[in-house]
Design a binder for this molecule. Structure first.
Ligand SMILES: Cc1cc2nc3c(=O)[nH]c(=O)nc-3n(C[C@H](O)[C@H](O)[C@H](O)COP(=O)(O)OP(=O)(O)OC[C@H]3O[C@@H](n4cnc5c(N)ncnc54)[C@H](O)[C@@H]3O)c2cc1C
Length: 493
């Protein structure tokens, strides 16, 4: 089949019957549930972009193996130009969603593509796992599958490993082997967009200890596999709010969910790793499953930071405060943050390395620097919007107020912006800004940027240790050569 259309994606959503729980209710018809409907339509637009002449050649390519057109996220990058082809789709999808949807289909498609090309890693432990990964990649690519993932254990007692938790199956673990497959029980979090995806992939960050064997798992299954329960967090919007009042929250709500596996049977041909602590700890660093998607999230994060920066600038301009030095200082800071990330991305692509298996890997240091900086830069951008927008952010009237004949005169007078900015224009911009910086929707976006790629503090610690290993401190030694004591004897006394 190759690239799907938006309509085909929606048909697939309608055809599946996953066990989705939202605010205490089981949702039977996902597409008709207002909380999910608009986000489904937004994702459908991304699938349609693959068929749009404006984008098609930029974001898709003809697969050498099948002759069918497939998304560039499925391209194994072998050179700089391939990285650019991948960036094109990351950028196009991010721009279509203003970077606000982090888990668009390209994200996990890159993860699985990387696992596929590094199937040598799985082969080292088990030939079947490697074969399963290769087949799964082809299935995803040829059917344009949309995945969610859950790599974190539920947040119960973080001072204990999986096998030390109070209940054996709080964390997802293997229960038994059967002829049909591996039976798994327990929970994983935090599966963004799970209700509206086709399948889920499970793997983990490193951190398994001896004794955790049954929790060392990687597999993928359809999202409506029997026994898989999806418990959604409280929605940030009810799906009934108007586009005018909540121009972002009404469109780009990415639902997050806890996945509970109640003795789910994972067919053997979908098991990628099992019962091996060493393999589970090495999967993330060794298969590119960490580094390749950092390219996608860097591009997406850049678009989101650019959007937040533009919103801050627009807010300031709308009320005529961007001539003040203190405001310029803050907006200038945002622009410099943005340009630093843009430059780092270019460096990551230009300075890519070729792995011994021939995969072009965007450079580690700039990508990890982005991963370390964005969790600080994005919250700062949100803070600047709050500071510059000030009290005005809290006093926008509603669309209904604009439509009231009686109120119209007051609204036109008192909500007007600087010269040339009508009340409608000013209020529209402030509503957009409030969705981003004040609403629960915006707070989730901020929390996403802090944590979507794991704990930024521990990530920076790992980065520091790697950096130290690769960076001999020779300049200090060189400088110390000129700092000898005049009295050499003092050294020995
Ligand atoms: C909006 C959003 C969307 C997400 N989407 C997904 C998704 O689609 N799929 C997915 O798998 N995950 C997703 N994540 C989860 C993300 O991977 C985790 O939030 C992240 O890995 C941090 O884990 P945690 O939230 O369990 O925090 P914890 O690990 O519980 O950390 C809590 C606090 O304790 C500290 N801490 C905990 N353990 C240690 C330790 N060993 N050493 C030092 N400090 C420690 C941390 O620094 C932190 O301050 C998402 C997260 C968010 C916020």
């Amino acid at each position: 089949m190759g690239i799907r259309t938006g309509a085909q994606y929606i048909e697939a959503v309608k055809a599946r019957k996953p066990e989705v729980w939202l605010s205490g209710k089981r949702i039977e018809n996902l597409f008709e549930e207002p909380v999910f409907k608009q986000p489904i339509l937004e994702i459908a637009k991304l699938y349609d972009m693959q068929h749009d002449p404006e984008f098609q050649d930029k974001i898709t390519h003809v697969c050498e193996e099948t002759g069918e057109r497939v998304n560039n996220a499925f391209l194994v990058p072998k050179c700089y130009e391939d990285l650019v082809k991948r960036r094109n789709v990351f950028e196009a999808f991010a721009k279509a969603t203003f970077g606000l949807m982090g888990r668009t289909p390209d994200f996990l498609n890159v993860v699985v593509t990387s696992m596929y090309y590094n199937s040598w890693f799985f082969e080292k432990y088990n030939k079947n796992w490697a074969e399963n990964v290769r087949n799964y990649y082809k299935y995803m690519r040829d059917n344009d599958i949309f995945l969610t993932h859950a790599i974190i254990n539920p947040q119960n007692d973080r001072s204990k490993t999986s096998h030390e938790q109070k209940d054996t199956y709080t964390h997802l673990g293997a229960v038994k082997e059967t002829p049909d497959g591996l039976v798994v029980r327990g929970a994983k979090m935090l599966a963004t967009l799970a209700p509206v995806t086709d399948e889920v992939i499970i793997y983990s960050f490193p951190g398994f200890a001896p004794g955790d064997e049954k929790y060392a798992l990687a597999f993928a299954i359809p999202i409506d596999t029997p026994g898989l329960r999806i418990i959604c967090r409280e929605p940030m919007q009810d799906g009934q709010r108007s586009f005018f009042d909540h121009p972002l929250a009404s469109r780009f709500e990415e639902m997050d969910a806890l996945l509970v596996f109640d003795d789910v049977v994972v067919p053997w041909d979908r098991v990628f790793l099992y019962n091996n602590v060493e393999a589970a700890n090495k999967l993330y660093p060794m298969t590119g499953a960490g580094q390749q998607p950092a390219h996608q999230s860097g591009v997406r994060g850049l678009v989101k930071l650019e959007f937040a920066t533009q919103v801050a600038m627009k807010v300031a301009d709308t009320i005529g405060v961007d001539g003040y030095l203190n405001v310029q200082d803050q907006l200038g800071e945002l622009a410099q943050s943005l340009e630093s990330i843009r430059a780092l991305l270019k460096v990551a692509e230009y300075e890519h390395t070729m792995t011994e298996h021939g995969e072009a890997m965007p450079a580690y240091v700039p990508l990890e620097t982005i991963r370390g900086l964005l969790p600080k830069m994005y919250p700062r951008a949100i803070e600047v919007i709050q500071i510059v927008g000030a009290g005005g952010l809290l006093m926008s009237p509603t669309g209904a107020d604009f439509e009231s004949e009686e109120l119209r005169g007051s609204i036109d007078n008192y909500y007007v912006g600087r010269e040339g900015i009508s009340s409608l224009e000013r209020v529209s911009i402030f509503k957009l800004a409030w969705d981003l910086c004040g609403e629960a929707f915006g707070q989730r976006l901020l929390q996403y940027e802090r944590y979507y790629t794991g704990d930024p503090i521990r990530k920076r610690g790992i980065f520091y240790n790697n950096y130290k290993r690769q960076t001999p401190l020779t300049m200090v030694d060189e400088a110390l050569k000129g700092a000898q004591l005049d009295n050499k004897e003092a050294l020995t006394n």
